[in-house]
Design a protein around this ligand. Structure first.
Ligand code: KIV
Length: 288
């Protein structure tokens, strides 16, 4: 068992997040959308798993995250929850599951816990989302905030581009982060913002910041697992570090399989079942 996630192998909770910040220990988070990856992440000692709505792009092939529905999210969350028990499990609230009203936000956040096996939810947005965030928190559901490049606002931003690059936008982001903290979120994802802004925000907050494309000074980091594994090549943000080339590995394996089938070198004897000669003879007599 890895020693990273919880040094003594204990279940990670939102209290563990606060402790990491107090001790100045970085938090490692990744996304998962299915059972095998969740299991591998748990075994590797990841601290938290986000079932991100990025699954719409990297697992389902949509252009952006907007088509992802609650039912799709719950389906994937259940698979992840079957594969991982020790990391904190966070479900990502999809487009229109919380923007419509605080009542919708509570109902849908509740589904992540009740049906999806999640332990917290993430939702995108700053001051405009405070009523929804407050309602979800009052229902007893921990919330992870998300500021900066919030992909559900892709059309408002005119594309997936870095955010908070002007003085005014940076000030607004800092104010939003402080408001989210006061409201009670347990941590905030900062996506695609200038590193020095992320550093300042991280210093001003007493809750952890989790960066993605926000520099090394955040209290933790998150990446989309399919990006870091080299399993999605349609669009790779500049901030992604690739730790493997699984598309290359899949290409090699699929081609080798096709060749083996074409040359009849697969299946070999060790992949094949036989029956006793006596039974075979009986069968032949019966069918002749
Ligand atoms: O959907 C997602 O995977 C996310 C992370 C990139 C933070 O929101």
């Amino acid at each position: 068992m890895s020693s990273y996630a919880s040094e003594n192998g204990k279940k990670v909770t939102i209290r563990s997040f606060a402790q990491k910040k107090e001790k100045g220990e970085p938090i490692a988070m990744l996304t998962a959308y299915d059972y095998p990856v969740a299991r591998a992440l748990d075994q590797a000692g990841i601290f938290a798993i986000l079932v991100g709505d990025s699954l719409g792009m990297v697992a389902l092939g949509y252009e952006n995250t907007l088509p992802v529905t609650m039912d799709v999210m719950i389906h994937h969350c259940r698979a992840v929850a079957r594969g991982a028990t020790r990391p904190l499990l966070i479900g990502d609230m999809p487009f229109l599951s919380y923007q419509t009203s605080p009542v919708d936000a509570v109902r849908n956040a509740g589904r992540f816990l009740q049906e999806g096996g999640m332990e917290a939810v993430k939702l995108e947005g700053g001051r405009e989302m405070l009523p929804a965030i407050q309602a979800v928190l009052e229902a007893g559901i921990p919330v992870l905030g998300h500021l900066g490049l919030t992909p559900q606002s892709v059309h408002k931003f005119g594309g997936m581009r870095p955010q908070a690059k002007s003085a005014d936008a940076a000030r607004k982001l800092l104010e939003d982060a402080l408001l989210l903290e006061q409201t009670g979120v347990f941590a905030i994802v900062l996506e695609s913002i200038p590193a020095r802004l992320a550093e300042l925000v991280s210093k001003r907050l007493s809750i952890p910041t989790i960066g993605i494309g926000a520099g090394a000074a955040c209290d933790g980091q998150v990446l989309v697992t399919n990006d870091m594994l080299g399993l999605y090549d349609r669009f790779t943000p500049r901030f992604v570090k690739q730790y493997a080339n699984l598309l290359g590995e899949m290409d090699r394996a699929f081609k080798a399989y096709c060749t083996d089938v074409q040359t009849r070198s697969f299946p070999a004897a060790e992949h094949t079942t036989d029956m006793a000669d006596e039974e075979w003879e009986k069968f032949i007599k019966a069918v002749e």
